[in-house]
Design a protein. Structure first.
Length: 196
């Protein structure tokens, strides 16, 4: 492999790992995904360990998680007992998989928690002392605001997932027209506390 290709790949893998960290994903898991995504051939655990300089346990744990997420798949080579792995390479499919998994693992549990918290307070409203009523009112109002926000975001995500890539292109075009072709109007409005 040429030095420039190797350095370029190392940079991509490192940055993908850093980005994964910002999203709350294990850095090694993100780096491993990046490596498999750019690899033209399936890689076995030994190849991955050597390339990323990680332990077998670390590689195995992160490979298992990526398989569970549906971002990579196990493949077998005829006559070889090793397990090989390949990544989904369709970027839109990767986005859909990540979005669905994050919704299921992160958004749905907090929506359920908000519902339960609202229910818990609602059952006891009649027994609250007058001094506690204002705190309960504010709490319920803020839970309701969060629930509405999450419902709107999930609704937008569902529209994007159902409509696929063509829908995202259309939404992006509409957003660009609404923002006058750039994000400048949105940034100005948000700095003043206005909605775009």
């Amino acid at each position: 492999m040429s030095e420039s290709l190797e350095r370029s790949q190392a940079l991509f893998i490192r940055r993908w790992g850093e980005m994964g960290g910002y999203w709350g994903i294990n850095r090694t898991m993100a780096e491993l995904h990046a490596l498999l995504y750019i690899s033209p051939e399936p890689l076995c655990t030994d190849d991955i360990m050597e390339r990323l300089q990680i332990s077998r346990g670390n590689a195995s744990m992160n490979l298992r998680q990526l398989v569970d997420w549906g971002l990579i798949h196990r493949v077998h080579k005829k006559g070889d007992r090793k397990e090989y792995f390949v990544s989904e390479t369709d970027v839109w499919e990767m986005f859909e998989t990540i979005a669905r998994e994050r919704k299921r693992r992160e958004v749905e549990p907090i929506v359920e928690t908000i519902r339960r918290c609202r229910e818990m307070v609602g059952r006891d409203l009649a027994r609250l002392k007058p001094a506690e009523m204002e705190a309960a009112r504010v709490y319920i109002e803020r839970l309701d605001n969060m629930q509405r926000f999450l419902a709107q975001m999930v609704g937008l995500l569902n529209v994007m997932l159902m409509g696929g890539h063509p829908m995202v292109r259309k939404l992006a075009a509409v957003a660009a027209r609404l923002l006058g072709g750039s994000g400048t109007a949105a940034r100005r409005g948000s700095s003043r506390g206005e909605s775009p």
